[in-house]
Design a protein around this ligand. Structure first.
Ligand code: 0A1
Ligand code: ZN
Length: 882
């Protein structure tokens, strides 16, 4: 790749309103495996806010143009220019006009899975972000909103089900042929990225939902024939999500039907097309035999997420792709809140923060760091990131923390009302909260503009004589690509001062104010907060509930952390205190491994874990989280530079062994106490008991005793659901090399017909932390059940290897880097989005020790040097090396 091959950036500051608007779109789509014909009739008019006298510039990508007419008359070839990226009408009349464009596309050859493609024979579409231009020529940008009517026609045998956006209008046979058609009309103006159609042989489950104002909506979930029994949980989640959105945000559904289609080949999780959500089937299909508790929780969250987009994304959409977080951060926040209300709020918060720290923090501290709202991009597909989604949700959560429940709801109500039907911006969003609450959010807005994770250093000082307590807080924001200078942020720091009896002391600031809702607003580089009437030295509980996405360091002692682990009334910080103890042990132990010195004893941690394990008043799901030892990636992130994954692995393995050994009797007792009592149910309480029992199983096996392994084998054999079966299999695969192969083979024999379960089997093998794994992964790419063209298979095997097996991906001999770089180069020609996402696994390469860092850099340079890379991979590789 030469440097000038890097695509030119698109910049936020260059935004201009569209010159032409589209009021209505009539699409006539004749499905065909290799030559689908699309006739698009567009009613266009000049935009009064655009540039006068402009040409009509339509986007296009890999289209075969057949004809263009203007107001019914064929256009002379000299009147337009068609290129590989678009169609331009050079001097159109400056008035409302109708263009009719006929294109042909090949759905079977569409391996990029953008535009119109086939998945296991089903015709489906994916248009976000820029896929509609692969169906017809169009101003394919989110601020062009039109009303769509779609006629879909197909061979009845090949596609008995024909679905579009909006409401069904008409359907029937095409006379004297074996074909049939359906017409759909979507009354709500929408951008092209929300267009969708589906045609195929699909089975359906259906139920009615009655909205808050009494309108009946027909809900449908379409799956491959024979799989309807596995769609029930998704339907249940959908109905709960619809009700919740009415209650929590006043958002009611607005069409007569709502359909979901599950497809096997999909680049992402799911897509919120208006009235016709299309899902990766991994996030629809579930049965106790095939899905784990985590799968059920993901299905619930993603069904809700896509449904919630109906208001935050569809009714109010984004002005341009820089505003992606406007719909994604807000909708993730909404789905997190939904899951919190449906399940345990503290446990959900812990899980979300772990995800944030595991995925977003590394992004923020590496070469791919970007603001929640980027100010330039080369390839928008590469910005569907943890920063835009997860950090975007954290920013909305902070807004709620700053404003309080009522102030936040007032802002949301105003936003939903003021901007319904708009293509909005982050500024529009923030203005609603500022206006509804009469406050200035200028400094808060920096969360959207500055990348990087703020660091907060906190120290506490108790003045016995004055009976006061002072917290000194310092914030810094490290430089990130393109941003060397930073301004101080608004950091809502939720705190408690925990007295010796474990109870929170009242928070009275010396200026007479109360820290409202226990939240301190840190706005300056350095700030002190003084509390009066503090009769004892308290232990500060800082950043409760992870109120701000920051890296916090404090002067808390081991004794303080132990105290918080037992007594903090904030469950998140109870969990976090234990994690901090574990991390500080692991840092010390990792250094000792590298120095060849003596291993420290994990006494404090064991004490904290024993207390948690022995506290029967705690929610089992919480205990399971608190017992989990930080991952190798967590430790690597904490170390930050000169990382040796082998040393971390050795330290962590020893720690797990020590904990398993030290706590064996307690773990055995808790394991026994949580034996299943009835039939499997995916509800949160039952899942929590399984999680705790399985965590005990895992730690007992990590203790390395024959008894621990035998217990895992028995657990595997006795399991009547996928959660228990797969967990036991994972324990055996990691801890019992002798039992591993038999168990893996038995599992595969039982589930080989089910691709989603095969994915679990592939992913598990890709995670084994031993040198033979590289060969194993290579062999598995040749396995009959592996398929390079299916994104789920590739992510399960290659993605898991790169993302969850640090010792083998970062092998010192470079073979792990080579494997992933090679896969990226192979996949790129067929599916650039997938290739680019895999390549992003190199994002923390600069933090490795020199030998591994050199090998990672060499692998990236090999990718960069490959001729004809996609814009997607070019963008990731060039930013990674910058
Ligand atoms: N808007 C979807 C995510 C999504 C983005 C791009 C896609 O193209 C392959 C697909 C889905 C969401 O947030 O769920
Ligand atoms: Zn989304």
């Amino acid at each position: 790749m030469s440097r000038d091959a890097v695509p030119q950036p698109v910049r936020l500051g260059d935004y201009r309103p569209p010159d032409w608007l589209v009021d209505t779109v009539h699409l006539d789509v004749r499905l065909h495996p290799t030559a689908a014909r699309i006739v698009a009739r567009l009613a266009l008019r000049p935009n009064p806010e655009g540039r006068e006298g402009s040409p009509i510039v339509l986007d296009g990508d890999e289209l075969n143009l057949k004809s263009v007419t203007l107001d019914g008359a064929p256009l002379a070839g000299s009147a337009y220019v068609a290129t590989s990226t678009g169609l331009t009408l050079l001097a159109p009349p400056q008035r409302a006009l109708t263009l009719e464009i006929e294109t042909v596309v090949d759905p079977s050859a569409n391996t990029r899975l953008m535009g119109l493609y086939r998945s296991s024979g089903t015709y489906c579409t994916q248009c976000e972000a820029e896929g509609f231009r692969r169906i017809t020529y169009f101003p394919d940008r989110p601020d062009v909103l039109a009303v769509y009517t779609t006629r879909i026609e197909a061979e009845r045998d090949e596609a008995p089900v024909l679905l579009g956006n909006g409401n069904p209008v008409e359907a029937g046979a095409v006379e004297d042929t074996s074909r049939h058609y359906a017409v759909w009309h979507d009354p709500w103006p929408k951008p092209s990225y929300l267009f969708a159609l589906v045609g195929g042989k699909l089975d359906r489950i259906t139920e009615d939902f009655v909205t808050a104002t009494g309108k009946t909506v027909e809900l449908g979930i379409y799956v491959e024939p024979g799989k309807t029994a596995r769609a029930g949980y998704a339907m249940d989640a959908l109905k709960r999500a619809m009700r919740w959105d009415e209650e929590a945000f006043g958002c009611e559904y607005d069409l007569d039907v709502f359909n979901i289609v599950a497809v096997a080949d999909f680049n992402m999780g799911a897509m919120e097309n208006k009235g016709l959500n299309i899902f990766n089937d991994k996030y629809v299909l579930a049965s106790p035999e095939t899905a784990t508790d985590a799968d059920y929780a993901n299905i619930e969250a993603i069904i809700a997420h896509e449904y919630f987009h109906n208001w935050t994304g569809n009714r109010i959409t984004c002005r341009d792709w820089f505003q992606l977080c406007l719909k994604e951060g807000l909708t993730v926040f909404r789905d997190q809140e939904f899951s919190s209300d449906q399940r345990s709020r503290p446990v959900k918060r812990i899980a979300d923060v772990r995800l944030l720290k595991g995925h977003q923090f590394p992004e923020d501290s590496g070469p791919l760091a970007h603001p929640v709202r980027p100010s330039s991009y080369r390839e928008i597909n590469n910005f569907y990131t943890a920063t835009v989604y997860e950090k975007g949700a954290e920013v909305v959560r902070m807004l709620k923390t700053v404003l309080g429940d009522e102030g936040f709801r007032a802002g949301m109500d105003l936003y939903l009302d003021r901007h319904d039907g708009d293509a909005a911006t982050v500024e529009d969003f923030l203005a609603c909260f500022a206006d509804a609450n009469g406050i200035d959010l200028t400094q808060f807005a920096l969360w959207y503009a500055q990348s990087g994770t703020p660091r907060l250093a906190v120290s506490g000082h108790w003045d016995e004589a004055a009976r006061s307590y002072r917290l000194d807080v310092a914030q810094t924001l490290p430089p990130t690509p393109g941003q060397s200078e930073k301004l101080p942020m608004v950091i809502p720091l939720a705190i408690g001062l925990v007295g010796p009896d474990g109870r929170d002391l009242p928070l009275a600031l010396d200026d007479g104010s109360n820290a409202e809702r226990g939240v301190l607003l840190v706005t300056k580089p350095r700030q002190s907060f003084v509390f009066r009437d503090v009769p004892h030295r308290p232990v500060p509980s800082l950043n409760r509930g992870f109120s701000a996405p920051v890296k916090l360091s404090s002067d808390l002692s081991t004794a303080d952390l132990l105290f918080l682990a037992r007594h903090d009334s904030d469950p998140f910080n109870r969990f976090d205190a234990t994690q901090t103890l574990a991390l500080s042990h692991l840092l010390e132990a990792t250094s000792a491994v590298r120095a060849g010195g003596e291993q420290p004893a994990p006494d404090a941690l064991v004490e904290a874990l024993a207390a948690t394990l022995g506290d029967t008043s705690l929610d089992p799901a919480f205990v399971a989280q608190a017992l989990s030892i930080p991952s190798e990636a967590d430790v690597a992130r904490e170390i930050g530079e000169d990382v040796d994954p082998d040393a971390i692995h050795a330290a962590r393995t020893r720690l797990r062994h020590a904990v398993g050994e030290a706590l064996a009797p307690a773990l055995e007792a808790v394991y026994a106490r949580h034996a299943p009592t009835g039939n499997y149910s995916p509800d949160a309480a039952s899942a929590g008991r399984r999680a705790l029992r399985n965590t005990c199983l895992d730690l007992l096996a990590a203790g390395g005793t024959a008894k621990g392994i035998a217990r895992a084998q028995a657990h595997f054999g006795a399991a009547d659901n996928m959660t228990d079966r797969f967990f036991a299999l994972a324990v055996l695969a990691h801890a019992a090399p002798d039992a591993r192969e038999d168990a893996l083979a038995a599992f595969h024999r039982q589930f080989r017909a089910d691709p989603l379960v095969v994915d679990k089997w592939l992913a598990l093998q890709a995670q084994i932390a031993e040198p033979q794994t590289l060969e194993r992964v290579r062999d598995l790419t040749g396995h009959a059940d592996f398929d390079w063209s299916n994104p789920n298979r590739v992510r399960a095997l290659i993605g898991t290897f790169a993302g969850l097996n640090p010792t083998q991906f970062h092998r010192a001999d470079g073979a792990g880097h080579d494997l992933v770089a090679g896969a990226v180069m192979d996949i790129d020609g067929r599916n650039p989005q997938l290739a680019a996402r895999l390549l992003a696994a190199f994002k923390s390469w600069r933090s490795l020790e020199p030998v591994r860092r050199a090998s990672a850099e060499a692998a990236l340079r090999r990718v960069a040097g490959k001729p004809s890379l996609s814009p997607d991979v070019t963008d990731i590789v060039s930013r990674s090396l910058d």
